[in-house]
Design a protein around this ligand. Structure first.
Ligand SMILES: C[S@@+](CC[C@H](N)C(=O)[O-])C[C@H]1O[C@@H](n2cnc3c(N)ncnc32)[C@H](O)[C@@H]1O
Ligand code: SF4
Length: 409
């Protein structure tokens, strides 16, 4: 049987770095975008970067023995990959499908920022992305409220988002996602629900909602360490998550993962491959991949800085700076953490099929405790987070990890 793998491409440039964002992304005015400090045109940067992506892709497929195997989904993430030209996307997809076989139902997503509507999200350009093979757009709307957009340092207005959605539709896309963020300081529950309602009115097939996180190394982290209050309190945040989940359920968006909601049959295939531990290649600066090799699989990490990435690819067609062969314990931790993120959870049988043994008794005991505490729903052999468990997912994962560590090899 042929192997099935997903492919992720990272495009690291954005017009401007958002103050909360710790993704491997660089504002186009950032020094790392132009290593010698010289100002470079976006076209030059793109040409150089896309050549590296192509070389990286070919050599990763070969190294992972995935030639002629099946590609189930493609995701252009970032950064802001919608800044790329459709021509580049087309060349990348052509190269990929000359080496791997696209599955008939392949999903090909491109992330977009509504703030680039003038430069990148006009209906013509979107139509060209569509012709290049992209069949799903994921757009970082974040909010429809001027106050919140300004607080988040976004470069777009609510109107830009509305216009972009109109263009996405008129370009023929029948599948798109909107990202929203909640929990910015001062935000009320009503304001948050109004954001969600505005998103639902646009009838996307998929909505992701993320609680604002203060990530180390970001501008928000610096401001927060100096005493700025940037988030609502924990209680309000939980209330927002709960009410948001209910509102989306009423609008026919089912939660299939902690932060991801979709109309029936419209879950993001690419994201699901991460949570089901399917193999995937990570191509581009800072991208990471997972390959089934050795006993428990290997995770690979590319060099994050674009200039370093390009240099490494030009020298050796290999930008991997870390290859991590997973131990059985790491694979077990991943099994629980990834499967429990999904609303559907997992069956005890899934565990025994993968590991060839029953779940360790220490883990079973913790699952029982978590079930008594109302965090986990256990039914026969089925395990999933409870409604309450979704709010405290990190603590649930921590308890399970500790029990695995205490169980030993
Ligand atoms: C790579 S971005 C999406 C595309 C594009 N770069 C944009 O921002 O418009 C992925 C999403 O992660 C979410 N995100 C990023 N940083 C976050 C943070 N610190 N807290 C919560 N959500 C965050 C945002 O909703 C963002 O749209
Ligand atoms: S546009 Fe997206 S990737 Fe770029 S800095 Fe903002 S949130 Fe991060």
């Amino acid at each position: 049987m042929k192997r099935q793998a997903a492919v992720y491409f990272h495009y690291p440039y954005c017009i401007k770095k958002c103050p909360y964002c710790d993704f491997n992304s660089y504002g186009l005015d950032h020094k790392r975008a132009a290593p010698n400090g010289a100002s470079r045109s976006i076209e030059d940067l793109e040409q150089e970067y896309v050549s590296a992506l192509l070389a990286d892709l070919s050599s990763q497929i070969e190294r992972a023995n995935l030639t002629s195997q099946i590609c189930t989904s493609v995701f252009f993430g970032g950064g802001t990959p919608s800044l790329m030209s459709p021509g580049s996307v087309e060349v990348i997809l052509k190269r990929l499908f000359s080496l791997m076989q696209p599955s008939p139902e392949i999903e090909i997503t491109l992330e977009a920022n509504p703030g680039t509507i003038q430069e990148t999200l006009g209906a013509d350009k979107l139509r060209d992305f569509r012709s290049a093979g992209v069949n799903r757009i994921s757009m970082g709307v974040q909010s429809f409220q001027p106050k919140k957009l300004k607080f988040l340092g976004r470069i777009h207005s609510a109107n830009d988002s509305l216009e972009a959605v109109e263009n996405i539709r008129s370009a023929g896309f029948e599948n798109f996602n909107l990202d929203l963020m909640f929990g910015a300081a001062g935000e009320t529950l009503d304001e948050w629900l109004s954001d969600l309602n505005s998103a639902c009115l646009l009838e996307p097939q998929h909505i992701s909602m993320y609680g604002l996180t203060i990530e180390p190394g970001t501008e928000f982290a610096v401001r927060s360490s100096r005493g700025a209050k940037l988030k609502v309190g924990e209680e309000r945040e939980s209330q927002m998550y709960r009410a948001g989940t209910e509102l989306l359920a009423d609008e026919n968006y089912g939660r299939y993962e902690i932060s991801n909601f979709a109309q029936p049959g419209k879950s993001c295939k690419h994201n699901l491959s991460y949570w089901t531990r399917r193999e995937y290649l990570g191509v581009g600066a800072g991208a990471h991949g997972f390959i089934q090799t050795g006993a428990w699989g290997q995770r690979l990490y590319n060099a994050p800085a674009p200039h370093d990435y390009i240099k490494r690819i030009n020298i050796s067609s290999d930008a991997v700076i870390r290859r991590e062969d997973l131990s059985k314990e790491q694979a077990q931790i991943e099994f629980f953490m990834l499967n429990l993120r999904k609303t559907e959870g997992f069956e005890a049988d899934d565990y025994s099929m993968l590991f060839g043994e029953e779940m360790p008794t220490a883990v079973q005991a913790v699952l029982d405790q978590l079930s008594n505490a109302g965090m986990i729903a256990l039914q026969d052999e089925h395990v999933q987070l409870s409604q309450e468990g979704f709010l405290f997912a990190d603590s649930v994962f921590e308890e399970i990890t500790l029990s695995l560590e205490s169980a030993g090899p």
